[in-house]
Design a protein around this ligand. Structure first.
Ligand code: FE
Ligand code: FE
Ligand code: ZN
Length: 277
């Protein structure tokens, strides 16, 4: 089964997102657990969740890839931001249990001058204080482009975070194609080599989901500007090879491309066609 979808607005609830995903031709989706720029999370309604779960079963949805808000920075230099971020993470973990067994993806954060090593420690500390044995959610660290002081700019940094977390079985990685390319991994000329490197450093068993984006910039640019599939520097052929790579088969592919609904529907249809050829 190939799972494809995009980021949807959570404002109307889970069932509405499920229906929107199907309307766009998808069978999975991503959403921000709260306003991506911060603020209060919406109350979750049990009735909406139940309707969604039935709908998702009927339409054979893949695992959802919820996204933490961008304001969450577990390794911020300021303690109040770190505390606020931890509380947000803990609250999101509780909320995720309404829809058990899905993914929650977050950006490890920005160390803002403290250095990568300090950032790695802080992220791991936060995960150790929040993750619980009983939770059914797998928390995904996203591969980052290495813009500014981002932590997780290479596979080694993600591995170092994982190494320091006690409940490792609750952790996975979300492979963002734009970010790894911008981070200097040549998925155009050597996709096999990049995935082999991922396996060596992190282990492919941790690769849970894909953020499927083309990039506006060159290999190793550390810019993080997403582009529509086939219209960027990664290009159509390389993007197609990613969707067909056996190591990534069955993982949820989430589009984060600059599109409106019509654009997403087109991309989803195109990608589905590749996987059915
Ligand atoms: Fe992200
Ligand atoms: Fe992403
Ligand atoms: Zn990005």
């Amino acid at each position: 089964m190939f799972y494809i979808g995009n980021h949807l607005s959570a404002s109307k609830g889970y069932e509405a997102m499920g229906k929107q995903a199907v309307k766009l031709g998808g069978n999975v989706f991503a959403f921000f657990t709260r306003n991506p720029r911060g603020g209060q999370a919406k109350e979750i309604k049990q009735e909406d969740v139940e309707k969604y779960l039935a709908y998702a079963k009927e339409h054979e949805f893949g695992k959802l890839v919820a996204h933490a808000p961008y304001t969450m920075n577990l390794c911020a230099a300021k303690e109040d931001i770190r505390n606020f971020s931890r509380e947000m993470l803990a609250d999101d973990m509780r909320r995720m249990e309404y829809t058990p067994g899905n993914y929650y993806n977050f950006h490890p954060g920005s160390h803002v001058g403290q250095g990568a090593e300090a950032g790695i420690e802080l992220v791991a500390d936060a995960l150790n204080s929040v993750l619980e044995k009983e939770q059914s959610t797998t928390v995904l660290l996203e591969t980052m482009a290495g813009k500014g002081s981002e932590v997780g700019r290479n596979f080694e940094e993600l591995r170092e975070i994982i190494d320091r977390v006690e409940l490792k079985e609750k952790l996975g990685v979300c492979f963002d194609t734009c970010h790894v390319w911008d981070g200097g991994y040549d998925i155009v000329n050597d996709l096999d080599g990049v995935l082999t490197e991922f396996d060596k450093v992190i282990g492919l068993e941790r690769l849970c989901a894909v953020h499927f984006n083309d990039s506006m910039n060159d290999l190793g640019s550390h810019k993080d500007r997403h582009q529509k599939i086939g219209e960027g520097k990664i290009g159509l052929e390389a993007m197609k090879r990613v969707t067909l790579h056996p190591v990534l088969a069955g993982k949820p592919f989430i589009l984060e491309t600059p599109n409106d609904d019509e654009g997403y529907a087109k991309e989803i249809a195109m990608i589905k066609e590749w996987t059915q050829e």
